[in-house]
Design a protein around this ligand. Structure first.
Ligand code: MN
Length: 242
């Protein structure tokens, strides 16, 4: 059964009645468009830049890709990141965001980019202390990764306008000082490979977004910090920690 004919298996049909008000559909703005991009799932890849894998104490050569998810309502685009509870060590991770307009299972890498709607600049905000504790105990990462406003993201830029950037500077400044700097060409697993790999494990669908990993230089943020992300050819992301 594909996602298209799954209405009997859990999704609503048109005109459905609900026993409570339905939750709002999370969305991202699109550069130059009034229409929004509706978000379904948020896949995140770990340790996808060698220098970041090394700074986190891992050998980048020996590890296959691994993924975790955030909730779609963790994505925010209002430029504000409320410092979350339960942590004293919240880190920034600047990442290229890939938004899908199409999906499926077992997508070949050489046609994976046909599924891409566009790209954005995002932050995978991380409660590093909680993540480290969960890693040590062999427990899931959600409390470190998937919390309110943990995925600030700028407007998507359609691939129809900019193509599919495989290289270009990716950078994060905090209060005007460069903290993270790299190039998209340093990704260990490239975007088409990520889509192909994920589609072997999950059925991808329009509305899915993928956060593609972060270059080296992750560090803690404080209330009042101003984060400015930049990816060459895509744009800027401005976020204030409040
Ligand atoms: Mn990340």
């Amino acid at each position: 059964m594909s996602i298209k004919d799954r209405s009997m298996a859990g999704t609503a049909s048109a005109g459905e009645q609900y026993v409570i008000a339905p939750p709002p559909q999370p969305v991202l703005p699109v550069d130059g468009e009034s229409a929004r991009f509706p978000i379904r799932r948020v896949y995140c890849i770990g340790r996808n830049y060698a220098a970041h894998a090394v700074e986190m104490g891992h050998d980048p050569d020996k590890e296959p890709p691994f993924f975790f998810l955030k909730s779609n309502d963790n994505v925010v685009s209002d430029g504000r990141f409320p410092y979350p509870p339960g942590s004293t060590d919240v880190h920034h991770e600047i990442e290229l965001v890939v938004a899908l307009k199409d999906g499926g299972r077992d997508i070949a890498a050489d046609r994976a980019l046909d599924c891409v709607y566009g790209y954005g600049v995002g932050l995978d905000m991380t409660r590093r202390d909680l993540q480290a504790e969960m890693k040590k105990m062999g427990r899931p990462w959600e409390i470190g990764k998937s919390f309110e406003a943990s995925a600030p993201c700028g407007p998507l830029v359609p691939a129809a306008r900019i193509g599919h950037p495989a290289s270009g500077a990716i950078r994060l400044e905090v209060n005007g000082k460069v903290r993270q700097e790299g190039d998209l060409n340093q990704m260990i697993w490239k975007v088409p490979e990520m889509i192909a790999y994920l589609s072997g494990l999950f059925e991808l669908a329009p509305g899915d977004i993928i956060m593609t990993g972060t270059p080296a230089g992750v560090a803690a943020v404080q209330r009042g910090d101003r984060l400015q992300g930049h990816i060459e050819g895509i744009g800027e992301l401005l976020v204030e920690v409040i």
